[in-house]
Design a protein around this ligand. Sequence first.
Ligand code: SF4
Length: 205
Amino acid sequence: AKSAAEFVPASQDLARLREAAAGCRGCDLYRDATQTVFGEGTRKARTMMIGEQPGDQEDRRGEPFVGPAGRLLDRALDESGIDREGVYVTNAVKHFKFRRDERGSRRIHKKPGRTEIVACRPWLDAELASVQPDLVILLGATAAQALFGPDFRITERRGEVLELPGDHDAKAVATVHPSSILRSRERDEAYAAFVADLKAAVAVL
Ligand code: SF4
């Protein structure tokens, strides 16, 4: 199967990893997307947040969580007393997957499949090995399943303090993706529950 593995340098230097990720062709998503959107933050971060994949605005700007979901995340972090500067923020899949609408003008988000999640995983492992966070907050099912496998259910495990599987010595907490709050019909409740999850998660630090 195709994978990012052959593109990942043996380095813990985030700048080097980011540079190499820009040329990744580990799956087909690089073809239609504008650019690789690598994680953002410093190796000193004790918390890592992992989302699904870049959206339309992230794809254009090359930075994670800068669109509507990112603004909601910023507000929630602020309300939870978490400094975003102290958090390393990334995605399970580093290229934007989308389809065009009927007129071909709008790009509509498409959920990444298992193949892409598995293909992109070496970048996530490299980021984890470099940052060595104490806490990993998984935003949504894609991020959670990237690390815990395809059977992981957010609805059943949400908010639970888990041990991150594999070689990474870190706690993990799964919650929803901020974009699901934007789509929710009970937005206020969904938002409050999200903030509560974030607060409970950072309490393990
Ligand atoms: Fe490489 Fe991940 Fe982009 Fe696929 S989505 S090309 S594996 S960086």
